[in-house]
Write a protein that binds this ligand. Sequence first.
Ligand code: SUD
Ligand code: ADP
Length: 276
Amino acid sequence: MKATAYAKINLALHVRGRRADGYHDIETIFAFVDAGDVLSVTTGQAEDRLQVVGEFAAALGGSSVGDNILMQALNAFPRPGADGPDGWHVTLEKNLPVAAGLGGGSADAGALIRLICDSHGWPEDWQERAARLGADVPACVVSRTARGTGTGTELDVIDSELTGMAVLLVNPRKPLATGPVFKAWNGLDQGPLAQGTLREIVPKARNDLEDGARALVPAIGQVVGALKATYPWLARMSGSGASCFALYETAEARDAGAAEIAMRHPDWWQMSGTLL
Ligand SMILES: C[C@@](CO)(OP(=O)(O)O)[C@H](O)COP(=O)(O)OP(=O)(O)OC[C@H]1O[C@@H](n2ccc(N)nc2=O)[C@H](O)[C@@H]1O
Ligand SMILES: Nc1ncnc2c1ncn2[C@@H]1O[C@H](COP(=O)(O)OP(=O)(O)O)[C@@H](O)[C@H]1O
């Protein structure tokens, strides 16, 4: 079996408050790109096993396989069978940069949970189990445009009029962990997301983590600036950064933007796709 772990972007991310448990209440609009990491699975094995390959496999090299969110997902979703558990050998092709605001690990877990539950059934508490792996994981299981509230785990799927829009993702190849970016938030609630269509509300919305992220990785300012210079409909930082995205009305406009940025900043990572 094969599955794509779709890159996650936050079209908007409003931070509304810091909670007693250290997490933050947010209002976000999750959207997904039709590209990302790729999982290949062989089922019916004696035990679970994980192998990581691809451009960013080395970026995970410091942490052991057991720490990988995919092993945590396999443990959280056991696969009972008549002759013992159905062991899965998983190969992860790590195409997305690590600690990048694209929910890479969450997308990997989301894709694997989809495969497990499609073949073994969806437990009633799948959303709680997914949320224990990470606040972004339930959204990545669904991988459809959705409004996220609470810590990001409460989801309302949106019938998005932005589906099919051309997307360009750019990362300055500077990893940025999520926790410190939330810590750097200035604590000022700047208000909720508006109601309306995505075309109306997204351009006026914000990513409240951008200032804190830019203080930690100043290159984010350059990335947003470079994307804005390619005449997109919208350019903004995703999640806790440092990846940024631009949305274009046509694939031609996106490809021209991608070529321009590749020429000026050959050291930056980029990926092109379409919004799911
Ligand atoms: C910021 C977002 C936006 O979609 O994405 P990324 O930038 O990570 O992709 C998410 O909220 C990240 O979700 P996820 O990456 O699953 O977070 P977790 O592993 O649960 O948490 C990592 C750390 O981020 C902080 N955190 C996360 C979510 C939240 N609502 N409030 C927080 O304060 C906590 O310090 C936590 O220890
Ligand atoms: N499969 C995985 N892919 C990426 N990161 C993983 C994975 N498993 C565990 N991690 C750990 O999770 C952390 C967050 O990674 P990632 O999900 O890429 O961040 P972000 O959500 O900001 O894009 C990394 O620092 C990494 O050590």
